[in-house]
Design a binder for this molecule. Structure first.
Ligand SMILES: NC(=O)c1ccc[n+]([C@@H]2O[C@H](COP(=O)([O-])OP(=O)(O)OC[C@H]3O[C@@H](n4cnc5c(N)ncnc54)[C@H](O)[C@@H]3O)[C@@H](O)[C@H]2O)c1
Length: 416
């Protein structure tokens, strides 16, 4: 008997498997990517927050990794952690969720628990996952097996909060499903919060990420206005943040990235449209955040005094991951920035301690080995990520010009 099967062993699934194995549960991992399966079985992690040593300890504790779905048949609980990206037209792409559910469905036993963790719109667990499980298994959710949604809340690179000390929200199809899910997560998380149902748990996750997205859009738009008004917005934010209640600071940047913040609001927008409503504020926030890479390039031309032309100018992009101190390039704003700089015939180089090779539209971006030395040799350095490894004072001192898209340098750098 396996206590827990984790389906999808990426940024969300692997930390869950690690925590469960550490809590003494017998854990089986299932993934469709043979590289992931081979790597993990060889003791190698492909996820930044999970070390090779962690994987070896998990294997030592009995963690098994497979691409054979038959091995899911003995699982008392199965948690689906597969990607939920967007289609080319911006609508939700639930193909991985459907496929993972179809794979799991024949192996769900009577009394077992199935949990969806993938971020998705309200109604997915009930309307997409449940029908597949019931049709294939011939059983009824809530009566013969338990079904729940429990959003993944992982924050890659966050050393203070991980799976264990971040409260876990669970929403069951029926109260008995919520109780079964709470019993499972009670073994791997310090606090479990019961939502009214699956839809409320699904909405809670989208609310968290949409809240972030909208607030980032607010400060991004303010940054553009503040520049015109000759106001240091970062200083204003620091002052506002001294208010002990009613204000949470967000900071401008070159655009939002990652698998969640730019993507998840579209799941909500799509559902709102399907219901005949609009989510105007959220849609405008998407538009503002999506316009930031173009603004960065406009500011680059201004800083260079280049009359709008960047032709032949050498530009160093310092930090190309979507957030600082992680190696994740998904949806990074550095990509559209490279695209725009190339379109202007600028010569682009990048430096990132976390990224050995960076390719945009199939064409590699020139890599600098040392950020300070490279900054000294280019016309302009654009600080996109203030990685902890960067000596920002040294970069600013070495570079003829710095455009700081993070507001983290002082003394001579130009702010966004
Ligand atoms: N990465 C984060 O920081 C984060 C945070 C919160 C929520 N989430 C959500 O968690 C979910 C998973 O995201 P992720 O970042 O872990 O993705 P990921 O791409 O890192 O990992 C997903 C894994 O699922 C595997 N997979 C795809 N289809 C499968 C299938 N049918 N069966 C089995 N395995 C399959 C992939 O091969 C991959 O290894 C998404 O809905 C995401 O929005 C992610």
């Amino acid at each position: 008997m396996t206590d827990l099967a984790v389906i999808g062993l990426g940024y969300a699934g692997l930390p869950l498997a690690r925590e469960a194995a550490a809590a003494g549960l017998s854990v089986a991992g299932y993934d469709v990517d043979p590289h992931v399966v081979t790597g993990l079985n060889g003791g190698r992690s492909h996820v930044g927050d999970v070390s090779d040593g962690d994987v070896r300890a998990m294997l030592h504790a009995g963690f098994t990794v497979t691409d054979d779905p038959a091995e899911l048949s003995t699982a008392q609980a199965a948690v689906i952690c597969v990607p939920t990206p967007l289609r080319a037209d911006g609508s939700p792409d639930l193909r991985s969720v459907r496929r993972a559910t179809e794979t799991l469905a024949p192996y769900v036993g009577r009394g077992a628990l199935v949990v969806l963790e993938s971020t998705t719109y309200p109604g997915t667990t009930d309307q997409v996952v449940r029908p597949v499980l019931e049709r294939v298994s011939g059983m009824t959710a809530g009566a013969d097996f338990h079904l729940a949604f429990a959003p993944e809340r992982i924050d890659p690179g966050n050393r203070g909060f991980g799976l264990r000390n971040t409260p876990k929200v669970v929403g069951g199809l029926m109260p008995c499903c919520a109780q079964a899910a709470a019993a499972l997560y009670g073994k791997v998380c310090d606090t479990v919060v019961m939502a009214k149902g699956t839809r409320e748990a699904e909405m809670a996750k989208l609310l968290e990420n949409t809240y972030r997205n909208v607030n980032i859009a607010l400060v991004n738009e303010l940054a553009m206005v503040a520049h015109d008004l000759d106001v240091d917005l970062w200083d204003a934010i620091a002052c506002a943040a001294t208010k002990p209640f009613g204000f949470q600071p967000f900071h401008p940047g070159p655009g939002v990235g990652g698998h969640c913040i730019p993507v998840d609001p579209n799941y909500l927008i799509h559902q709102a449209h399907a219901a005949g409503s609009a989510l105007r504020l959220v849609e405008i926030a998407q538009e503002i955040n999506g316009s930031m890479p173009a603004y960065v390039v406009r500011r680059a031309a201004e800083v260079l005094g280049a009359d709008g032309s960047l032709k032949g100018v050498s530009v160093l992009l310092a930090g190309v991951t979507y957030k600082e101190n992680v190696c994740d390039l998904r949806e990074t704003p550095a990509r559209p920035i490279v695209r725009r700089l190339r379109a202007e015939s600028a010569n682009v180089t990048y430096h990132d301690p976390y990224v050995a090779a960076f390719t945009v539209d199939g064409e590699p971006v020139n890599r600098a080995a040392d950020v300070v030395r490279a900054a000294a040799t280019v016309d302009l350095t654009i600080l996109l990520q203030a990685h902890g490894a960067y000596d920002l004072d040294a970069i600013v001192a070495a570079a003829p010009l710095v455009l700081d898209a993070r507001g983290r340098t002082r003394n001579g750098a130009h702010l966004l």
